[in-house]
Every structure is written in structure tokens, then in C-alpha cells.
Design a protein around this ligand. Structure first.
Ligand code: SDX
Length: 407
């Protein structure tokens, strides 16, 4: 074979390999990676057809009725239910790490009052990394310290911004209160009723983890570069903020208030369907039946309203869920976790724009569990693409370009 023939043969091989790779990419490409496994994980499991959700194999219903949020966070992060001693130690550590650096409080004082609390949380979570910049990802003590700090300090930062954006001093955490009671106390300086604290704790359990959703995927991609856990959580917070993801719970309340009455539910829904507008709090990439978390949340809402009084938005929500099932059930569109959660938070007197930060407070447990799992068997995420652009395009000197840019 001559040199020319050899180089032609090599060029043909490269071209064939490129075409094969492009062809493989075309076969596997799914918008939004729908149905494409992005990782292996043993943290949680969903069966979207049957409406099943398990954390480390335990059905969510059992955890919602019998466990606490910190106990559930321990299960997710360390992979097993804690013994009584392990749980007491974990709760003690978190209780005594709730305070935030004054420099982070001072930074928050510069945030605009009109800024969204999710943006404030993302900035503050990233800022935590400035104080704990050592990246000892192979040191179990470093891992545990980061888990404790993030679980302990995220609620304090959410509550602090709520106070400071109005010019008030933040309400200091109280070491004699449990996790959910303390958070609600930091929002209002009032100790909540035990039922209010328990319902809130159940909400945190239900929002703690949900396999490889968008924000958890962000967390794993960020973790795979071996950056610090504060950057991992900040990346996930930014992803959760979107209205198609965690931001939906705030939008649901806006929608229920806009509907205004049970009589207006169907005209409102028909208008959404005509406009092909998404109804917030409904639909799910995985669940093709009602989200099991929505069912549990609905029960929690009823408990709260029996004690604290009814809310007209609940009647509107129940009527809307019925109407959506009639109209869109055939497309497998049912209520998801965001549909009823806002009704709980509103009854607890929590401002609407804190609903998604509360989702983040809970989901920190899941993000940290995935961070640890990613580190245990890491390979940096680097998917491929299907290139749809030009090749060998000419560079045209500035003076030779027409004034009209190409459409
Ligand atoms: C969360 O992934 C997770 O696990 C997320 C989460 C978690 O715990 O981490 O469960 C939390 O994010 C819950 C979802 C909260 N978001 C919302 O409530 C916003 C409204 N929902 C939709 O935007 C939507 O349902 C998604 C984003 C949740 C899922 O979107 P998909 O899977 O990409 O579905 P799609 O947009 O491709 O829609 C498929 C069809 C379309 O109709 P056609 O064009 O085929 O005729 O269903 C329709 C959509 O128009 N559809 C809806 C709808 N959701 C889907 N139509 C009206 N209202 C809706 N809410």
C-alpha cells in the first residue's frame, strides 16, 4: 500500500468512526434526557406507573407517619436508619451549628429588599464555601462537617434574609427547639403549635429526595468535578428555583388566588388549555398517576385546617384537581408535590416567596446524599452532543462584512 493509499484509508476510517459516533448519538438523544439513566443510585426509588416512592427502600408513607426530618436526612445521607445514639449525636451537632457567620449576615444586608429569597439562598450557600475552603473530599470528618453545616445553616440563612430584607435583625436560632420548631420560630419569633411543627416536619420529609430530578442532576454534575459541597448545593439551589421545578409551589398559590372562587375553576382551566398553558402543580416527568407526596400533603392540609380553620383556596384546589383529572387525566397529568404544599405553608403564615427556599431546605438532604454517592464512584460528567452547525466556515474580515447580520 502506498503512503497516499495508507493516509486515504486512515482518513476513511476516521470518517467512518465519526459517522458511527454521530449515528449512535442520534439514536440515543432524548430532549431533556427523558428516560436516559444518568447515574446508578441506591438512595431513592420511584415507580411512576404505580405512584411508589421509597427512600433507601423504605416507602415514603412509613417515613411520613413515623420518622422525623433529621432522622430521614440521616437515612438518605448515611444509608441506614440511625440508632438512638447516632440520631441524638446528629441532632446535637446540627443544633449547635445553626448560627451563620456575621460576614454572611453583613453580605445579606447588601442584598436588595426586592430580591427573590432563592437568589439570596444561592448566594449565601456559595458564600459558606469562602469560610470552609479546604477541599478534603477523602476525609470522612470533612464530609460529616460539611453535611452538618449545610443542613444546620441553610434554614438559618432562609429565615435571616426574610427578616433582614425588611430591615429587621435576624431572629437567633434556639438550641432548645427541634429542627422544624426552630425554623418556624426563626421566621416569626413565636413558638409554633406542636401540630404545626409536625406538619412542617412531614413536608420536609416529603421534599427531601426524589432520584435524579433536575436540581439533583445539577448537584451530581457539579460534584463530579470535585469542587466543594457548598458549590454543589449552590448549583442545585439555582436549578431548583425554576417554575418548572421547585418554583411551582409559589406559582400554585398565585394561580389559586387568581382563580378566586370554586365557580371560576373550570373557566380558568379551559382558558389554560386553550392557551396551551401549563397548570402549575400538575404533571410530572416520571409519575403517570397522582404523586404519592401530594396525597400525603393533602392529608396534612386537612389536619392543619381542622385545627387552624379552613382556607377558601383549599376548596378551589380540590375542585381544580377534580377538573384537571377530568380534562387531562387521559394525558396522565395529575397533581404533583407542589400542588398542596403551598397551602400548608400559607396556613403557617409563611410568605409565598419562601415556599421554594423551604423546598431547598428539605432537598439539601437529598443533594448531600447524591454528593457523597457521586464521590464514592466518581467520573466527571461529560456527555456528547449532536452537532447541527456548519463546518469549515470562512473567517470574513471586519471591513468586508455587510452591515446586515445574517438572519
Ligand atoms: C417538581 O423531577 C422531579 O422529580 C421533580 C420533583 C422533585 O421532587 O424533584 O418532583 C419536583 O419539580 C415537580 C414538578 C413541578 N412543576 C410544575 O408543577 C410545573 C408544571 N408542570 C409541567 O411544567 C410539567 O408537567 C413538568 C415540567 C413537571 C414535566 O414536564 P415534561 O415531562 O417535560 O412533560 P411535557 O412538558 O413534555 O408535557 C407532555 C404533555 C404536553 O402536551 P402535548 O404537547 O404533548 O399535547 O403534557 C402536557 C404538555 O403540554 N403537560 C401539561 C402539564 N404538564 C405537562 N399540560 C398542562 N399543565 C401541565 N402542568
Amino acid at each position: 500500500m502506498t503512503v497516499a493509499e495508507a493516509s486515504k484509508a486512515e482518513a476513511n476510517t476516521v470518517e467512518a468512526n465519526t459517522a458511527e459516533a454521530d449515528n449512535k448519538a442520534c439514536i440515543e438523544f432524548k430532549p431533556g434526557l427523558e428516560g436516559i439513566p444518568a447515574t446508578k443510585s441506591s438512595i431513592s426509588y420511584i415507580n411512576g406507573q404505580k405512584g411508589i416512592l421509597e427512600y433507601r427502600g423504605i416507602p415514603i408513607q412509613q417515613l411520613a407517619s413515623g420518622a422525623g426530618f433529621l432522622e430521614t436526612a440521616y437515612l438518605l445521607i448515611w444509608g441506614h436508619l440511625p440508632s438512638e445514639k447516632e440520631l441524638v449525636e446528629f441532632e446535637y451537632e446540627i443544633c449547635h451549628h445553626r448560627r451563620i457567620k456575621y460576614r454572611i449576615r453583613d453580605m445579606m444586608k447588601c442584598f436588595p429588599e426586592t430580591g427573590h429569597p432563592m437568589d439570596a439562598l444561592q448566594a449565601s450557600a456559595a458564600a459558606l464555601g469562602l469560610f470552609y475552603s479546604r477541599r478534603a473530599l477523602d476525609d470522612p470528618e470533612y464530609i460529616r462537617a460539611a453535611v452538618v453545616r449545610l443542613l444546620a445553616k441553610i434554614p438559618t440563612m432562609v429565615a435571616a434574609f426574610k427578616q433582614m430584607r425588611k430591615g429587621h435583625d435576624p431572629i437567633q436560632p434556639r438550641d432548645d427547639l427541634d429542627y422544624s420548631t426552630n425554623f418556624l420560630y426563626m421566621l416569626t419569633e413565636r413558638e409554633p403549635d406542636p401540630l404545626e411543627a409536625r406538619v412542617f416536619d412531614v413536608c420536609l420529609i416529603l421534599h427531601a429526595e426524589h432520584t435524579i430530578n433536575a436540581s439533583t442532576f445539577s448537584a451530581r454534575v457539579t460534584a463530579s468535578t470535585l469542587t466543594d459541597p457548598y458549590a454543589v448545593v449552590a448549583s442545585a439551589v439555582g436549578t431548583l428555583a425554576g417554575p418548572l421545578h421547585g418554583g411551582a409551589n409559589e406559582e400554585v398559590l398565585n394561580m389559586l388566588e387568581e382563580i378566586g372562587s370554586v365557580e371560576n375553576v373550570r373557566p380558568y382551566l379551559n382558558s389554560c388549555i386553550e392557551r396551551k398553558a401549563k397548570i402549575m402543580g400538575f404533571g410530572h416527568r416520571v409519575y403517570k398517576v397522582k404523586d404519592p407526596r401530594a396525597t400525603i400533603l393533602q392529608d396534612q392540609v386537612k389536619k392543619l385546617f381542622e385545627k387552624l380553620g379552613q382556607d377558601r383556596c383549599y376548596d378551589i384546589a380540590v375542585e381544580l384537581e377534580k377538573a384537571v383529572e377530568e380534562k387531562l387525566g387521559k394525558k396522565n397529568i395529575y397533581a404533583n408535590v407542589d400542588f398542596y404544599s403551598g397551602l400548608v405553608y400559607r396556613k403557617l403564615g409563611i410568605p409565598k416567596d419562601l415556599f421554594t427556599p423551604i423546598f431547598a431546605i428539605a432537598r439539601v438532604a437529598g443533594w448531600l446524599a447524591h454528593w457523597k454517592e457521586q464521590l464514592a464512584e466518581n467520573r466527571i460528567y461529560r456527555p456528547t452532543q449532536i452537532y447541527t452547525g456548519a463546518h469549515n466556515a470562512p473567517y470574513i474580515a471586519l471591513g468586508d462584512r455587510s452591515s446586515q447580520s445574517p438572519s
